[in-house]
Design a protein around this ligand. Structure first.
Ligand code: SAM
Length: 287
């Protein structure tokens, strides 16, 4: 079944579509979308453009975050009647920061086959050209919109050794980069991938501090669709020669405050040098 280009009755196909350039679609995706009985799309008007380009006339129904709950039953009915259905989203792979989770979970729970038709996803496209370690990575989707919750999330990720990948909105990119400078340290390496596969595709790598200044100084970089990748944390240097108590205090303050502020406060409490404490809090080797 998996290698067929013709669809099988009663199967849900999860079909990846382009993330910008409409030519980025597989032959199998086009075949599948032509042959299924119904396509469930996040925004039917948005998808109509893609379908028109490939001469696909299959009927569309909407399935988005606000109606997924009620749509699931109707789609299940059609699948149980032996009809084949494709799920697509506005861009890339459905369910990846996109609707469809409920549908796929329920369809699988009922023992109905689900078949992936793989293709583009902004995470993988960005990671593949980032030059950052790709052997292990951690996809964080969108960070919380509220500054406090976002800070807490970033703090929880500070020591994560895998490459971190975030989707980010253009309205929040400046604030996020600023917070990352405070929490990960401005020297940590990062890559900003903007408008991949589109006319203004831009890829910029460097220290988070440099990227932050560049984006803040150029409004064009605050537009379009963005993936932000951050190199994982290195191993902590043994302890910068700190005694155990000073290291313990630096750990506590470093987890709660921006590194500079934490180092300053820790220096006052312990009598240790501020620089040494700062290096202990942020300075990580590359191992
Ligand atoms: N399902 C999609 C996928 O597989 O990549 C992601 C959908 S999510 C709602 C949309 C986010 O993905 C955007 O805000 C942006 O962070 C990222 N994205 C999508 N297309 C992109 C592109 N062409 N260039 C950079 N980022 C993109």
């Amino acid at each position: 079944m998996a290698a067929d280009t013709i669809t099988t009755p009663g199967v849900l196909y999860v079909v990846a579509t382009p993330i910008g350039n409409l030519a980025d679609i597989t032959f199998r995706a086009v075949d599948t979308l032509k042959h299924v009985r119904l396509i469930a799309a996040e925004d039917t008007r948005h998808s109509a453009r893609l379908l028109h380009r490939y001469g696909i006339t299959t009927p569309l129904v909407s399935l988005h975050e606000h109606n997924e709950h009620e749509r699931v039953d109707r789609l299940l009915e059609r699948l149980l009647q032996g009809e084949s259905v494709a799920l697509i989203s506005d861009a890339g792979t459905p369910l990846i920061s996109d609707p469809g989770y409920r549908l796929v979970a329920e369809v699988r729970r009922r023992g109905i086959p689900v078949v992936p038709i793989p293709g583009p996803s902004a995470i993988i496209a960005a990671l593949s050209v980032s030059g950052l370690p790709t052997d292990r990575f951690c996809f964080e989707g969108f960070l919380p919109a509220k500054p406090g919750a976002r800070r807490a999330r970033l703090q929880a990720l500070r020591d994560e050794p895998r490459t971190l990948i975030f989707y980010e909105s253009p309205h929040r990119i400046c604030d996020t980069l600023r917070q990352m400078c405070e929490i990960f340290g401005s020297e940590r390496e990062a890559v900003l991938a903007r408008e991949l596969t589109k006319r203004f595709e831009t890829l910029r790598g460097g220290a988070i501090g440099e990227i932050s200044a560049w984006v803040a100084g150029d409004r064009d970089q605050q537009k379009g669709e963005l993936v932000l990748l951050v190199k994982g944390a290195g191993k902590r240097l043994p302890n910068q020669g700190l005694d155990l108590e000073s290291a313990r205090i630096a750990d506590i303050l470093g987890a709660a405050l921006p590194p500079r502020q934490a180092a300053e406060l820790a220096a006052k409490i312990t009598g240790e040098k501020k620089n040494r404490l700062y290096r202990y809090i942020v300075d990580l080797d590359d191992g």
